[in-house]
Design a protein around this ligand. Sequence first.
Ligand code: NI
Length: 397
Amino acid sequence: MPYQQFLADARSQSSWIVDIRRQLHRFPEVMYEEMKTSQLVRDTLDELGISYQSGIAETGVVATLGTGESPCVALRADMDALPIHEETDVPFRSEVDGKMHACGHDCHTAMLLGAAKLLRECESELPGTVRFLFQPAEEGGAGGKRMRDEGVLENPNVERIFGLHVWPPLPTGTIGSRTGTFLAAAGELKITIHGKGGHAAKPHYCVDPVVASAKVITELQTIISRNLDPLDSGVVSITAIHGGEAYNVIPETVQLSGTIRALTMERLQWLQDRVRSLTTQVAAANECEATVDFPGNAYPPTVNDGGVWDSVQEFAGELLGRDAVHEVPPVMGGEDFAFYTEQVPGCFVALGIRNEEAGCTHNVHHPLFKVDEDALPIGSALHACFAVQALRDLSDA
Ligand code: NI
C-alpha cells in the first residue's frame, strides 16, 4: 500500500468523488435532517460492498473495513449543511432555497467515501480495523457528541481518529495543522432584557429595554479588552438583536444572541460567568432584568495529539512535498471533532482548497464559498494514508 499509489488511484477516480460531492451539494440538508445524504452514503457503501450500521445519532452511518480486531482507527466526515442561501454560479448550485453546503461538509463526505473505495481495494492487507464515521449536525447540533455517546469509538476501541476540513486560506495541494489546541472551545449565548413597554412619547412611564440592551452590548466589549489577559485569547460576539415592532412603542423585551469562544473549557466558563454578571448588573442599573442562557452543548477545544500530527507530517511531506505541509496557528472557529479527541488521540487537518484562478477564495459560511475540486482526491488519499499509517504505528508500538 504505497501512499503515492493511493494518490494516483484517487486522482484517476476523481470524477467518481466529484460526482458524489456535486450530488450532495445540490441537495443540502441541515442538522439532523440529513436523510438523503445518509441514503447516498449507504447506497455508495452498498455499491462498494462495505458493511455499515446506520441510524446512529439519527442519520449517522458507521462503516467498517479490515480485520474487525484491534488496532482500530477512525476517519470522520460531517454531513450537514448551513441555513445560507447560495449565491455562487456553479452548475451544481444548491436546489434548496435558503440552504447551502457553505462549510464544505459535502466535500468531507465525498472524500471519505473516496477513501473507503481506496481502502476497500486493499482491505486484505489492512493490519487492523478502519471505521468510517459519517456524522450529522456538526454545525451547532453536537452530532459528534451523540455519535461518541452512542458508542462509535468502542468495540474494538478506536485508538486514533482523523478528520479533514476544507480550508480556504491554504492553496490546493497543501495541508496544515498543529500540535495541541487547533480550534476553539465555542458556545452559544442568549440574553433577554426585560423592561416595561409603553408609549414611546411617555418614556417616563416605561422601562426601556432597548437603551439597556445598547449599554449591555457596549459593556460586553470590555470583557475581552479589559478583563482578559492580553496574552490569552477569547471572543464575545453579539450577532443578533431582536426587539420592538413599531416606531412609537417601547417594547417589553429585547433578545440578543451571539457566541463566546476561548482556547480552553476553563476560560470559556470564565467568560460565560463574566458575561452573566456584567449583563445582569448593567440591566439592573437600568431598572431592567436580564436572563442569560448558554443553550446547547458548548464545544470543547479541538486538541491534536503531537505524536499523531508528527506522523502525519512525515508521510504527508513525502506525498505532497515538504513545502506543502504547514504548521498553522490556532483559530477561534469551533468543531465538534473535539468530542472525539476528548476521548481518543487524533489529528484534525486543514486541507487547502484555495485557487484564485477558479474563484475559490471566499471563506466558509459565505454565500459565495467555492471549493477547488482538485483538492478532493488529495483528501481521499490523505484519509487512506491516515488510516494505514496509524494502524502501522499502533502495530509497531
Ligand atoms: Ni465545517
